[in-house]
Design a protein around this ligand. Sequence first.
Ligand code: ADP
Ligand code: MG
Length: 258
Amino acid sequence: MTTPIIEMRGIQKHFGAVHALRNVNFSLMPGEILGLVGDNSAGKSTLMKVMTGAYQRDDGDVLFKGASTQFRSPQESRDVGIEMIYQDFALCGNMDVGQNIFLGRWPRKYGLFVDREKMYAEASTVLKRLKVDVNSVFQKVESLSGGRQQSVAIARAISFNPRVVIFDEPTANLSVMATERLLETMAELKKQGVAQVIISHRLTDIFEVGDRVMVLKRGENVGERYVKHTNEREVLELIVSGTPETALSADEALKRAA
Ligand SMILES: Nc1ncnc2c1ncn2[C@@H]1O[C@H](COP(=O)(O)OP(=O)(O)O)[C@@H](O)[C@H]1O
Ligand SMILES: [Mg+2]
């Protein structure tokens, strides 16, 4: 059996009186696309932020390539190749595309001046690799549509050459075309062996690109299935009326069905 690129076991997280994650288990295989679904406030974003070190867990283990880790910040998980693209993109609107992609690490000349030529050339390369359609690396981000802003956020993430990418509700505000482009980008990254998590309310997206789907409800695991061996109706049923008793792993669910 292959070792998951990242695994979480028994994750607990509280925010004051809110018990956001209750003993949650999670695994992601290299090159796999996992759909993470559940109603609002189910704990999806929190679980991913615990994984990247944006939030600190109260209890449980996070294993990267089988080794126990404790990322104290997203910077630490970025260093091992984990990138999360947040719902709000976290970009600087008044800066241009190139500046955003290399935010916080603009290439320097003589350790002093920003090497603009190098920065924009590399920004163009990353955008081409993604096959995204941003007209110019000199455009201000605030002048771009939601879909293109998202492309910039993704380009920034990809420029770190990650092994794991997490997309939090990426298609929520996208046009049909932009959604298709994003799903193509995900398929392209998968070909390159990148493991991905997509949080989405749109089950069609998950059924189009996903390998496996994991359901959270009120901070608990309530089920997991291989996309090939389930359908939108069954997943919806788990989202609405799943319980800890229905929380079979995808492999267990397969065996039971056999
Ligand atoms: N930074 C925070 N401070 C306080 N409560 C939070 C914070 N982040 C999330 N929560 C709470 O944790 C629960 C899970 O939230 P979240 O992970 O955002 O759910 P989802 O992404 O599935 O919609 C919710 O009750 C939410 O209000
Ligand atoms: Mg969320």
